[in-house]
Write a protein that binds this ligand. Structure first.
Ligand code: FES
Length: 142
């Protein structure tokens, strides 16, 4: 009876090793980026047509997804909307600065910390415009 139990364990282990080797083969075949992206949950968010951001200022429609779209002198930027202290979502103030409701950190319009407890500035996120004229924002895992 005990041998039967060991056999089940060995079969399971063999199966696990086979799955592991398939996983590594997928990495070697160039699917490592997709696997890494899935593991980190980094994603590209389509923020829509760039024409939707026709006026300078902070557009907070994507705050819930972790970023603000900022238009300055016709240039579009994406600034993280996640507080660098303990990851609460920030609120955009009317003067272009940002406020964290959780512990009171503040950031100036370029994302620099103006009041703690946050110590790190907000990062700008990578963006690009696709062939349809949509703004794509690379949002890191939270
Ligand atoms: S999470 Fe923003 S100040 Fe603490």
């Amino acid at each position: 009876m005990k041998e039967e139990s060991n056999l089940k364990i060995n079969l399971g282990r063999r199966h696990f090793l086979r799955l592991s080797s398939l996983w590594c083969a997928a990495c070697a075949a160039g699917n490592g980026n997709a696997i890494a992206a899935a593991l980190t949950s980094e994603r590209m968010v389509d923020a829509g047509p760039i024409g939707n951001f026709s006026h300078d200022g902070v557009h907070d429609k994507f705050r819930g997804l972790g970023f603000f779209v900022i238009r300055r002198q016709g240039k579009l930027l994406a600034l993280s909307a996640v507080c660098t202290h303990k990851k609460c979502k920030l609120a955009a103030e009317t003067d272009g600065s940002f406020y964290c409701d959780c512990h009171g950190s503040t950031f100036d319009p370029s994302g620099k910390v103006t009041e703690g407890p946050a110590k790190r500035d907000l990062p700008f996120l990578s963006t690009r415009v696709n062939e349809h004229g949509h703004l794509l924002v690379r949002v890191p895992a939270e």
